[in-house]
Design a protein around this ligand. Structure first.
Ligand code: ADP
Length: 211
């Protein structure tokens, strides 16, 4: 089975594109959903997080208070590394289990929808990577509209990620999502046809395939 990474920048349209791939019958594994699952109440990862950061990061129902934890690690790189040392191996393990399950069900292609794919170095473990791209100005506008953010907050979120142009330069496939959303459906068809025809990782100096 081939495991293809799907990523983008905040509000570039990755989730919109992932939904189109799902509609076409491809299993799309949501890394955010796995990340929430591995810290569910009763999980070993949650117990380790509580031991590391104290009971203050737990909500009244015993689950993780994600906002509190995010605020705790946001401006503290050492705390963030400590958190990631707990969560990342658990997420990778969950991804391996999900991959095995899908392979056993007969799927030949699976997409991993992962917002911070390059930031966490996941590209090395995948067969190839698709980046959903939009110009920064478009990302910023969509982000303000979708999440009701002030311009300064949108800029802060954008600045916290690797620039999308850099991700696109490293990708094997780039899906341009600068214009109307209707254009994405045909791009999903073309990408899937190319992946099923065996296209994958590009040669080191070759440009990505663009849609
Ligand atoms: P991501 O998952 O990359 O953060 P989303 O798929 O949620 O991004 O898209 C961000 C916002 O922009 C959403 O509100 C979505 O409906 C909207 N959107 C996505 N693609 C387009 C497009 N081509 N034109 C206009 N709006 C779009």
């Amino acid at each position: 089975m081939r495991v293809v990474g799907l990523t983008g920048g905040i509000a570039s349209g990755k989730s919109t594109f992932a939904a189109l791939l799902r509609e076409r019958g491809v299993p799309v594994v949501d890394a955010d959903a796995l990340a929430r699952r591995v810290v569910q109440p009763g999980s070993p990862a949650l117990a380790r997080i509580a031991a590391e950061f104290g009971p203050r990061v737990l909500a009244a129902d015993g689950g993780l208070d994600r906002k509190r934890l995010a605020a705790r690690v946001f401006a503290d790189p050492a705390a963030r590394r400590a958190l990631e040392a707990i969560t990342h191996p658990a997420i990778r393990q969950a991804m391996r289990e999900e991959t095995r399950r899908l392979a056993a069900a007969g799927h030949e292609l699976v997409l991993y929808d992962t917002p911070l794919l390059y930031e966490v170095g996941l590209d090395a473990t995948l067969d190839c990577v698709v980046v959903v791209w939009a110009p920064r100005e478009v990302q910023r506008e969509r982000l303000m509209r979708r999440d009701g953010l002030a311009p300064a907050d949108a800029d802060a979120r954008l600045a916290a990620q690797l620039p999308l142009d850099e991700k696109a330069a490293r990708a094997d496939f780039v899906v341009e999502n600068a214009d109307v959303p209707g254009a994405l459906a045909a791009k999903a068809d073309r990408l899937l046809a190319d992946l099923r025809a065996g296209l994958g990782r590009r040669l080191p100096n070759a440009p990505p395939v663009r849609y």
